[in-house]
Design a protein around this ligand. Sequence first.
Ligand code: ADP
Ligand code: MG
Length: 222
Amino acid sequence: MKTLKVVDLKKIYGKGDSEVRAIDGINLEVQPHKFTAIIGKSGSGKSTLLHCMAGLDKPTSGKVFIDDLDLYTLNDDRLSKIRSEEFGFIFQSYNLIPVLNVYDNIVLPISLSAGKVDKKYIDDLIVKLGLKSQIKKFPNELSGGQQQRVAIARALANKPSIIFADEPTGNLDSKTTDEVMNLLKFCVNEYKQTLVMITHNDEIANSADNIIHISDGRILEI
Ligand code: ADP
Ligand code: MG
């Protein structure tokens, strides 16, 4: 189990008149094995917060802890090791590698981290995601929904403790959105993963275990 904690986090872009306080003093603790939704208006700082929590963007000040590890005190090698071993990322754009087939896209993070592929787990994932008949295909032969499912399988391939998702259903129709959400919730329940997901979809947010509402770089307390 990995706990994720954010302390006095700030991310400030620019200086003087052009200063933007994207994250302006956030404290939070993400509940492990649960689905936390992050909501808020466009430009409120959701993506910046997610990137800082996921070790992808260094905050201006404040800390992010994974268990007792202070993420931004680690050197680049250790930070990328934590990212590749403990975190999974899903973005609105699928970022699949066009010259690799579906299977190779899915196992790419494992190959890159020189880890061993758990074939049974990956095959299970492929079946659960309805991708079994697609594994030899290339990304440009798939629909948007199928590509997002491949991106999800890739995010889960390393059995991450925490899945960070930035509006993963933003480009999907409602049927595919339901499928993707069911799968992500399955991961939380079955594989005991922690899901932190930004969404604009009220129905999805309301189905989360916790909701964090961001406004002007702060948590809106209700
Ligand atoms: P959200 O995901 O909620 O739409 P973001 O976290 O992307 O919001 O952005 C929060 C604020 O920070 C916005 O005002 C945005 O313009 C600004 N911002 C984000 N990234 C950068 C950057 N790299 N440089 C300057 N300003 C940025
Ligand atoms: Mg965003």
